[in-house]
Design a protein around this ligand. Structure first.
Ligand code: URA
Ligand code: ZN
Length: 399
């Protein structure tokens, strides 16, 4: 076997297991999967920004596709191909792109919409399904589990205990809504502590974007998904982490480790401005939260001590900022598969969205360099302990 530093590891790669697909097919409001007349494949409609175009489209239930009609030139969402749910397809994608190991995670919006009373059991079965999938290709697949955030607090904490026991689990994927009040909610601190104590890394991923009014009246009909995905997603991540920082979550849960999707949104670029705003904020200084004697760690320090970034930023410029912000030893390659497939060309071949990210690593750090190898896989191998099968190793802590 090649040395770990030569492994290519994809830490940002999603799946919807078949049971989750069925769940989405059974729904009438977003998130959902629906068939439309004239479209070969059912479509996945998950983003809040897509709700409006869904409303404009006359549809029927998935069971009655024959009578579906579309009154809109643009079908909402995106086709749900086998890339979303098939393990065979995931492995083929990995082979095509020379990816040795993938750390798979449920894609957004996870279990955010599940009624409270069902959330615990749904999380349990989805997480078991992920563990089972990983067992189909041992050594090649690990996963980030999903939390039942809508469940009562005791169920949520119990879920951390369950996740910790699952083979191949390395952490949890988490959106920014938390228990409904964001990630700076004090009620989440015990969950963050439990995750940290059990070495379950949080993969923080956006879903909700920004309110659709900010995109203006032409967005839905004319601009596709560009504004919510390119700008809404990264701003959502940036805002969530800035709020956690301001609330002192990183001090209250010092063992917490977060991987931020899309190279931290805009944090590497904006951390300096956030710092300046903190230092110059009269209220924070008066309250002793900033300024001399506050003992506050800077956002730059937190980025280097508790935060990792993925390398899903598609450009050398963005990647260099991420390297500067987090350190080359805290950046990890990802693909965002099965999102951003090649349009109009063979989905079984190479994906440009993947090659752009790999190329950015080569350009920013140098082809074949130690840094490039670390980002492409060595870092993930160490940080997520991909040489171990169980989750928290001998250090697992009782919650
Ligand atoms: N679109 C999504 O909804 N999720 C992703 O992860 C990427 C694109
Ligand atoms: Zn993603």
């Amino acid at each position: 076997m090649a040395s770990p530093t030569h492994h290519v590891v994809d830490i940002h790669t999603h799946m919807y297991p078949p049971a989750y697909i069925e769940l989405l097919e059974s729904r009438n409001s977003i998130p959902l999967i629906r068939k439309f007349a004239g479209a070969d494949e059912p479509r996945l409609i998950i983003l809040p920004a897509e709700a409006e175009s869904l409303d404009k489209t006359t549809t029927t239930t998935p069971n009655d596709p024959a009578s579906s009609t579309s009154s809109s030139p643009h079908l909402p969402g995106r086709p749900v191909t086998s890339h979303y749910s098939s393990l065979k397809q995931k492995l083929h994608f990995m082979d095509t792109h020379q990816i040795d190991i993938s750390v798979i995670s449920l894609a957004n919006p996870w279990l955010d919409f599940i009624p409270s009373e069902d959330a615990g059991e749904t999380a349990k079965s989805i997480n078991q399904e992920f563990s089972h999938m990983c067992g189909q290709a041992p050594g090649r697949l690990f996963f980030f589990a999903t939390l039942p955030l809508t469940a009562p607090p005791e169920t949520l904490l119990a879920a951390v205990g369950h996740i910790r026991s699952l083979k191949y689990c390395r952490g949890v994927i988490l959106g920014t809504s938390g228990l409904g009040k964001g990630l700076d909610d004090p009620a989440l601190v015990p969950v963050f502590r439990a995750l940290g104590a059990n070495k379950l890394t949080v993969f923080l991923h956006p879903h909700y974007g920004l309110p659709s009014e900010v995109w203006g009246p032409r967005a839905t009909d004319e601009y596709g998904h560009v504004l919510p995905l390119a700008l809404g997603f990264p701003m959502e991540t940036t805002i969530a982490v800035a709020r956690m920082y301001l609330a002192g979550v990183f001090e209250q849960a010092p063992e917490l480790r977060l991987i931020l999707a899309h190279s931290g949104g805009t944090l590497p670029f904006l951390a300096g401005r956030i710092e300046s705003c903190v230092v110059h904020d009269g209220q924070l200084v008066r309250e002793g939260k900033a300024g001399p004697g506050s003992g506050r760690r800077t956002l730059w320090q937190v980025l280097k001590e508790q935060i990792y970034l993925d390398a899903v930023v598609y450009s050398e410029v963005g990647l260099k900022a991420a390297v500067e912000a987090s350190g080359v030893d805290r950046l990890m390659f990802g693909t965002d598969h099965p999102f951003f497939p090649p349009l109009g060309s063979d989905e079984q071949g190479e994906w440009e969205s993947v090659t752009w990210n790999a190329e950015a690593v080569r350009k920013a750090l140098g082809e074949g360099s130690e840094g490039a190898r670390a980002v492409m896989g060595g870092n993930a191998f160490e940080i997520l302990r991909l040489h171990e099968e169980d989750a928290a190793g001998a250090d697992a802590k009782v919650i």
